[in-house]
Design a protein. Structure first.
Length: 107
């Protein structure tokens, strides 16, 4: 599935999500398709764990769940599904700010 974030600050980036993960993470659709064929869905699922990369941590690289290197930079969020530690990935700072709702602050 192609998922488009509604975040003008990041150019409404698109990400690929497997059909199984899509069904776990989203419910809907919640309305009709837009002019580009996208339909709105409501996120669902577990509360993700996260931390914000600090300046003192600097930039670092780790392997994304799909096997490619992923670069994390200060200000970015590292997000993990607590039920699947392999499901750990980076969200750029701007995308995290406009697409995630913080339910509980990171500790």
């Amino acid at each position: 599935m192609v998922v488009r974030n509604r975040c003008p600050e990041t150019g409404n980036e698109e990400i690929l999500v497997t059909a199984a993960k899509f069904q776990e993470r989203y419910e809907g659709p919640t309305g009709p398709a837009d002019a580009n064929g996208y339909r709105a869905y409501r996120p669902r699922g577990v509360e993700m764990q996260y931390f914000i990369v600090r300046d003192v941590d600097g930039s670092f690289t780790f392997e994304a769940p799909w096997g490619e290197p992923m670069i994390a930079r200060p200000g970015d969020a590292i997000v993990r599904n607590p039920n699947d530690p392999k499901d750990t990935y980076r969200i750029a700072a701007a995308a995290f700010a406009c697409t995630y709702e913080i339910v509980r602050p990171a500790q």
